[in-house]
Design a binder for this molecule. Sequence first.
Ligand SMILES: Nc1nc2c(ncn2[C@@H]2O[C@H](COP(=O)(O)OP(=O)(O)OP(=O)(O)O)[C@@H](O)[C@H]2O)c(=O)[nH]1
Length: 397
Amino acid sequence: MNHTKRIQPTEYNQPVAIDDKPDGGISTSTTTSSQAGFHTNCTVRASTAAHAYCGILIPLFNWGEERFVSTEDYQFLEMDFSYSASSIDSLAISLINQRQTQGTQFIHYVYPQQGQQQIKLPLRQFMVPAWNAFDLYQANKPFEHTFTQANLLQVVTGDSKKDRQVTFDIHHIALTGKWLSQTQLFASILVVWGVILLTHLLLVTYNSVQQLQQQNRTNASLQKLNQHLKAQAVHFKNLAKYDELTGLLNRKGLNACYEQAIRAYFNKSQPYAMILLDIDHFKQINDSFGHDVGDDALRQVAKTVQFELREQDTLARWGGEELVIISPVENITSAARLAERIRRSIANAQILPSHKITASFGVAMLPNDDVEQWFKLADAALYRAKQKGRNRVEQVD
Ligand SMILES: Nc1nc2c(ncn2[C@@H]2O[C@H](COP(=O)(O)OP(=O)(O)OP(=O)(O)O)[C@@H](O)[C@H]2O)c(=O)[nH]1
């Protein structure tokens, strides 16, 4: 985007006519200004002065104001002026930094034609002329090599040695440029680009960290769920092996026990007994006292039996009111003795206050590796016990 500073005469920045009289010359200059611009009328006369000239000095800001144009803020000096001269001549257009450099002039020579014309001079092309540098050097005054800023504009006649009449009317003067210099533009683009890149990198990093954290959280919950499922699986597997009512092993839970018995029977010649136990007239208990009391009686019988067993004996609920004991024993006699002891315990236990509970028993030794046959033998003995009046132990001879 362009920006422009128009130089116009005001009450406070009236131009000044300049000529070579301070250098001993005899040239004269008059200048006037109005809204139409700056009018200068010069009579240049050769004299003993080294350089005969005259012209106009225009403040870029109000006189006395500490303000300067800079090559960073503006890029061009634009002028629209009418020129007439009695002899061909150049015009020296200078930008002067009155304060800092004590008179360093940055000059751009133009070669005008008669009549109205427009010029556009790049500020970077204004140079310190050799004579000005030499004058400043001799006067021991500092000067800038490169134009950076100025507060005065000077337009004077050029180097011609001929006497001449020169008039120029400057209708329009302006300093123009981009809001941003090229360097500033590049710097701004770089900064914006850097900020975008940094923001992008930060976003990418932030997203990656978020994703990683989310993934870790998901992994942790999956691991937890996995552990929970494994525990549940073990729990359900175990549940499948136990009877809910009594907490004893069920038929399925007995499988491992059979395997162990068969291995010990064949490997160590360890005899094993199966004792089948069936509560007598259990239906009557349910009918007389209700199913809940029946359940409770069943649990009490299980506890009574368990109490009589050793660590190596296994008690399971075979189904209904029937329990089974797998026990490593010396022989059928010791197995029958164990069954008898249990029978007596049940008969003597005060399971129900007004009803005596008894059970019948069938005992059989493991005949071979046929578990089904083992059970059939025990069941047949139990059947006999029931037949013979219940509350007794029968064994397979
Ligand atoms: N309360 C309760 N009763 C059960 C359960 N399982 C089986 N029973 C009952 O046990 C009774 C068994 O009856 P039966 O097979 O006729 O045998 P019983 O009455 O014990 O007679 P005998 O065995 O011939 O002495 C049935 O009434 C079943 O409902 C249980 O888990 N809880």
